[in-house]
Design a protein around this ligand. Structure first.
Ligand code: SF4
Ligand code: SF4
Length: 197
């Protein structure tokens, strides 16, 4: 049975966005796909060759733009250059009761200084939602950097330049940190941890 999608924003559709068909790691009995690699079922002109029979993971997964009414059309991941994902692991102590959000940069880096991005992020951080910035490369696990501790002070003091500086530093960590490799072996997804992180 498919997941209950009643929490999705009404009348909001993916449209031309196909980000999750490239970005996601899919480990479904019917399909294994590495992150950052186009799914073999994608149609060049857009869409899915096996849409009616697509795997359960594809039926169930939506980015947070599909759930959060306050994010306008400009936040569609292919347009914004950021895909927001819900995070269930590595949530720091004290934040476990709030929904954790990962803002994964999938387009040009300049988006981290986008005023709209900073305003939305600042709103979540001041409300105590755990927020991460992340960046991945094909076939690797994205590196996530926890933002609340870094940004709460500068946000509360209204120091926009310092917020931008801290975001640049967080992004640098995401880009530079060595990433675990992800492979498909015998029809299963395996993570190969990087030594000397
Ligand atoms: S099977 Fe279809 S919906 Fe699923 S990732 Fe591939 S192209 Fe996208
Ligand atoms: S990333 Fe979000 S908007 Fe884009 S195709 Fe996937 S669910 Fe739809």
């Amino acid at each position: 049975m498919d997941k209950d999608n009643s929490l999705l924003v009404e009348d909001r559709e993916c449209g031309a966005c196909t980000v999750c068909c490239v970005n996601l790691t899919i480990d479904d009995p019917a399909l294994q796909k590495l992150p950052g690699v186009k799914c073999k079922n994608m149609i060049k002109a857009g869409g899915c060759k096996i849409y009616q029979d697509r795997p359960k993971t594809c039926r169930d997964w939506y980015c947070m733009w599909r759930y959060i009414p306050g994010l306008d059309e400009s936040w569609r991941p292919d347009l914004k250059g950021i895909v927001i994902k819900r995070v269930f692991e590595d949530i720091p102590q004290g934040y476990e009761n709030k929904i954790a959000l990962d803002f994964e940069v999938i387009g040009p880096k300049k988006v981290i200084h986008d005023t709209d991005f900073i305003n939305i992020l600042a709103g979540y951080i001041t409300q105590g939602f755990p927020c991460f910035l992340s960046y991945g490369q094909p076939r690797t696990a994205a590196t996530m950097t926890f933002l609340n501790n870094l940004l709460l002070g500068p946000i509360e003091s209204g120091n926009l330049e310092l917020v931008k500086e801290k975001l640049s530093a967080a992004f640098k960590i995401c880009v530079k940190e060595k990433k675990d490799k992800i492979i498909i072996k015998d029809g299963k997804i395996e993570i190969i941890p990087v030594k000397n992180k």
